[in-house]
Design a protein around this ligand. Structure first.
Ligand code: ATP
Ligand code: MG
Length: 162
């Protein structure tokens, strides 16, 4: 069902701000235009976003920062959701593979953090099923950034009047 982007962002923030605080990680959300709606299967798209933010929390050391930035393009047809962290980054040779099922980079194995290597493949599948796209950019020792694009839609009229 359609949901305003500020509601989506609020729900995500609600879930992660305490966790970030407990890990001594700054958690910042930025929202451009309000009143833009995205048509999503709420639980599934939230699972996709959760997977990305959980990774950011898991791989970013104490003292780091995670930023969730939501912007809409000029024509208001696409929502751009960017999740950036100040974690260890991903080697350029590994980066093309991170969305593959069961793929985990060596560094994370060495750090012995648990995980099955499925989170990102699931996130990609969900986002693409919504007509969206996801890509990652990263620099070693600087951090990683995931950009999610989702098509916007008309708002729910009843909800807007309420
Ligand atoms: P799971 O999500 O199934 O518990 P996972 O986190 O290892 O396990 P993915 O979420 O699919 O699996 O991520 C794949 C790999 O990409 C991770 O093992 C990790 O090496 C790397 N990775 C993902 N996100 C980040 C990030 N924010 N910073 C650094 N490395 C990352
Ligand atoms: Mg994961």
């Amino acid at each position: 069902e359609p949901i305003p982007v500020e509601v989506l962002l609020h729900r995500v923030t609600e879930r992660f701000s305490l966790l970030a605080f407990q890990s001594n990680i700054q958690f910042i959300t930025r929202l451009g235009d309000k009143g833009v709606w995205v048509k999503i299967d709420r639980d599934r798209i939230e699972q996709a976003i959760d997977n990305i933010i959980s990774n950011a929390l898991k791989y970013t050391p104490s003292g780091g920062k995670i930023t969730v930035d939501a912007q809409v393009d000029e024509t208001k047809t696409w929502l751009h959701l960017t999740i950036s962290d100040t974690g260890p980054g991903i080697d350029p040779r590994e980066l093309p593979h991170i969305f593959e099922r069961f793929y985990r980079v060596d560094l994370s194995r060495a750090r012995q953090l648990g995980g099955s290597g499925l989170g990102l493949s699931i996130a990609k599948e969900i986002i693409e099923a919504h007509g969206g796209a996801i890509r990652a950019t990263s620099a070693r020792n600087e951090g990683t950034s995931f950009e999610i694009e989702l098509p916007t839609c008309e708002g729910d009229v009843e909800d807007e009047q309420a």
